[in-house]
Design a protein around this ligand. Structure first.
Ligand code: ADP
Ligand code: MG
Length: 377
């Protein structure tokens, strides 16, 4: 597809058996990573601090060498230890924006945007056209003649994005670019990024530790932990079918409730869940823990006893009800164990009440002793 600045090249990314070790006896920062990122995807690399997200991004950019494995862009190998191939960062046609985007302080906004175009020896008329376009796209026309110190943090971040987009990179790499912004600006920029992605049709790889950001931005999420890929999937797959306990616990605005089935004595919660599991077509002895998302708990006043949709209910006491604007967090006590519910309706419920609750079987997440998901067939 031709663009203003030339012919668009193939821009999928293949990461094959990539390991990165920084040496000095440290564990692998990235371990045996395999990831196919199709062209035009908005991929979020999601995981806790230190899990290897930035290292992965920097290896794609060519700013970090691989310890083993290879990376391809389209069908071109850009880095391979075995084949002795290394394409320099400046020859990879990628755009990078980091959390600490450094604008040139002595240049105006438009000079900052123009900088990359000048380096690429784009003719002046074309440069002006591109600056007009990206300034409009990012809503910074009004600030073009100002210096970075004369615009807000959010506007500076827009300028950093504009500067990067101006050179039409085929792959756009973003490392926690919204972390330094306040909540309102983050929301705005999030929407903006989504729009820019649709408009440009470039491949986006976005690093974040913020599961909400990933859930709302990504077409595909790759979850990492301790250098290892945990799961790749659409946001709804990651949320509704977590591949293991780590993913189940990492994703979700309210933490998932975990019921330990293998350890501890036979408390009330475990007794209820054992009864519940006996209704499912599984080998219950394989189940080491069960995850229940707060919003899937169906909480009813006591008196609604027995079963609901054929599944047993559990008796509980409401410890507290916390409004969160439109819905309520309902804290439950089950024989000394604490459980969170999230409800859009608390009619007939109050702190101190005896209640019962259960969940639909499609919302029960089962994990084996290795913490891997067990599917209910
Ligand atoms: N230049 C470096 N030298 C040594 N260790 C590093 C270097 N950069 C990162 N690490 C280590 O590699 C691991 C992964 O880091 P990083 O990729 O920055 O994680 P993330 O971006 O997910 O927070 C961490 O344990 C980190 O301390
Ligand atoms: Mg990082």
């Amino acid at each position: 597809m031709p663009t203003a600045l030339g012919v668009r090249e193939m821009s999928g990314v293949s990461i094959r058996n990539v390991t990165k070790n920084y040496g000095g006896g440290t564990p692998n920062a990235v371990a045996d990573l395999n990831l196919e990122i199709p062209e035009t995807e908005f991929l979020c690399l999601l995981g806790p601090s230190g899990c290897g997200k930035s290292t992965t991004l920097r290896m794609i950019a060519g700013l970090e060498n691989l310890s083993s494995g290879e990376i391809l862009i389209g069908d071109v190998t850009v880095d391979s230890v075995e084949k002795g191939v290394f394409v320099r960062p400046e020859d990879r046609n990628m755009g990078l924006v980091f959390q600490n985007y450094a604008l040139w302080p002595h240049m105006t906004v438009e000079q900052n945007i123009e900088f990359g175009l000048k380096i690429k020896k784009v003719p002046q008329a074309e440069r002006e056209k591109r600056i007009d376009e990206v300034s409009r796209t990012l809503g910074i026309e009004k600030y073009r003649k100002r210096y970075p110190s004369e615009v807000s943090g959010g506007q500076q971040q827009r300028v950093a994005l504009a500067r990067m987009i101006a050179v039409s990179p085929r792959i756009i790499l973003l490392d926690e670019p919204l972390s330094n912004l306040d909540a309102k600006l983050r929301l705005e920029m999030r929407a903006e990024l989504k729009r820019i992605h649709n408009e440009l049709g470039s491949t986006f790889i976005f690093v974040t530790h913020d599961q909400w950001e990933a859930m709302t931005l990504a077409t595909t999420i790759a979850v990492m932990n301790e250098g290892r890929l945990q799961q790749v999937g659409k946001p709804e797959d990651i949320y509704e079918r977590p591949a293991n306990r780590f993913v189940a616990e990492f994703v979700g605005t309210l933490p998932i409730n975990i019921i330990e089935m293998s350890s501890g004595h036979g408390n009330a919660l475990k007794t209820w869940m054992s009864a519940y599991l006996s209704f499912l077509p599984i080998d219950a002895s394989e189940i080491a823990s069960v995850g229940l998302r707060p919003r899937t708990l169906v909480i009813e006043p006591a008196g609604a006893d027995g079963t609901r949709n054929g599944m047993p209910r559990c008796a509980a006491t409401i410890l507290d009800i916390v409004p969160t604007g439109g819905s309520w967090i309902v804290e439950l006590d089950v024989g000394g164990d604490r459980l969170l519910g999230l409800s859009g309706n608390i009619d007939g419920l109050a702190a101190g009440n005896e209640v019962t609750f259960t969940v639909d079987r499609k919302h029960v997440h089962l994990f084996d002793s290795g913490s891997s998901r067990v599917n209910v067939v």
